[in-house]
Design a protein around this ligand. Structure first.
Ligand code: COA
Length: 371
């Protein structure tokens, strides 16, 4: 047996949810560029869960179910509100989703109907938890989603405590669409591995959140903003990034395991970052990002991925930097749970092999004669 580090190029499962072919990303056959321009995140959620785009009535019904299910049960609220507040939000979220499972009426039911109910509930609840965490640490009361509003509208409302403006909702909605699914990315793979043991959906989502947190995956967007803030001065950006490359620093938000000709999501986020920067009258972070983008392209032949321009776009939306990765979870919860449902529908235990490189044929000596 031989192994490939990082399973690069290995096809580990089949799926009808998401494809990446010739650098084109599509959800159930719809190009992400088309969806980003012509559909809302609610429509994309429906597409992932039900297999096709919804009619207006179907969308309204599903969004109502998500908003109603997004209310976190009082007993779970009671527990999570006692968690420490000065902890990384992704760790708080991971533990809070675990708590939700205690109170979910379908917790132990892996049937298709119960899994869909859990997927819809979790989609609403993850937003309530992420925004609730931020409000709790600011000394504010968490807010429930408003029934009749979209997930993007509700996220911003539940975070800010006021009705969000249309431009912010539209921008955030596209960000959610772009992050909703991504074939067999590391966190989705983790979710499918957990689901395939016939564990349960909450456990699969907890596995996924723990996996998304890492800086080589979803954690990169937060690191991009921290890098921009560390550089601080627009005039120093070029020198700073060139020096980092000489020191062989890994630049967050660049490179991709699958896309070698560029991540199709990045150009949408670049546009959104520029538009939001103009609107806020502060293009500094966008311009610094452009300089970094140019230098890394030229010096390393690496292109920005989904995390690079989403950092400045979220910053312009006024979202705290340490919520950037939890926002990824608010969107990817749809992809994770869609994949869990697909896994359960055609389940087989996922159990690959490892190439053994250690010692062989050793003799076990009694403990007292070792030394
Ligand atoms: C995404 C990522 C993990 C893919 O990794 P991978 O396919 O395993 O590629 P590798 O880590 O093997 O990198 C291949 C080469 O490119 C270089 N490279 C890849 N990404 C780089 C980056 N962001 N900055 C600097 N160098 C990078 C590596 O140093 C390596 O060079 P070497 O062969 O001279 O050692 C990687 O590009 C990365 O770490 N990016 C930064 C984190 C990030 O933005 N993650 C979000 C992904 S959506």
């Amino acid at each position: 047996m031989s192994s490939d580090a990082g399973l690069e190029g290995i096809v580990a499962t089949s799926t009808s949810i998401c494809s990446i072919e010739n650098s084109v990303l599509a959800y159930r056959g719809y190009n992400i560029d088309d969806l980003a321009e012509n559909a809302t995140f609610g429509e994309v959620t429906y597409l992932l869960f039900y297999g096709d785009l919804p009619t207006r009535d179907q969308l309204a019904k599903m969004e109502r179910v998500i908003a109603e299910g997004g209310k976190v049960p009082a007993a779970a609220c009671e527990i999570v509100s006692r968690f420490p507040k000065q902890v990384p939000p992704m760790e708080w979220l991971r533990t809070a989703v675990s708590v939700l499972s205690f109170f979910d009426p379908d917790y132990a039911d892996n049937s298709a109907e119960a899994s869909l109910r859990k997927a819809l509930r979790l989609t609403g609840q993850v937003t309530t938890l992420v925004t609730g965490f931020d409000r709790l640490r600011r000394g504010e009361t968490p807010l429930e989603p408003v029934v009749g509003k979209s997930q993007a509208w509700n996220f911003l409302y539940q975070l800010w405590g006021r009705e969000p403006d249309e431009t912010s909702v539209k921008t955030f909605d596209i960000c959610l669409t772009l992050h909703a699914d991504h074939e067999l990315n590391a966190s989705t793979f983790a979710a499918r591995v957990t689901a395939a043991t016939l564990s349960d959906m909450h456990s699969a989502v907890v596995s996924a959140i723990g996996t998304l947190k890492g800086s080589l995956h979803g954690g990169a967007n937060e690191q991009v903003m921290l890098m921009l803030q560390k550089i601080g001065d627009e005039a120093k950006t070029e020198e700073w990034i060139k020096d980092a490359l000489v020191r062989k620093v890994r630049i967050m938000g660049f490179g991709h395991r699958v896309y070698k000709n560029g991540d199709p999501r990045a150009r949408h986020l670049q546009r959104l970052s520029e538009e939001m920067g103009k609107l806020r009258g502060d293009l500094k972070w966008f311009r610094m990002s452009r300089v970094i983008d140019d230098v890394v392209r030229k010096e390393k032949n690496l292109l920005p991925n989904v995390d690079f321009y989403s950092a400045s776009a979220y910053h312009y939306l006024g979202i705290p930097t340490d919520l950037f990765t939890p926002i990824f979870a608010c969107s990817r919860i749809t992809g994770w749970t869609a994949h869990v449902m697909e896994q359960l529908a055609h389940n087989r235990l996922i159990r690959p092999r490892a190439e053994y490189l250690g010692a062989r044929d050793l003799q076990c000596q009694p403990i007292d004669s070792r030394g």
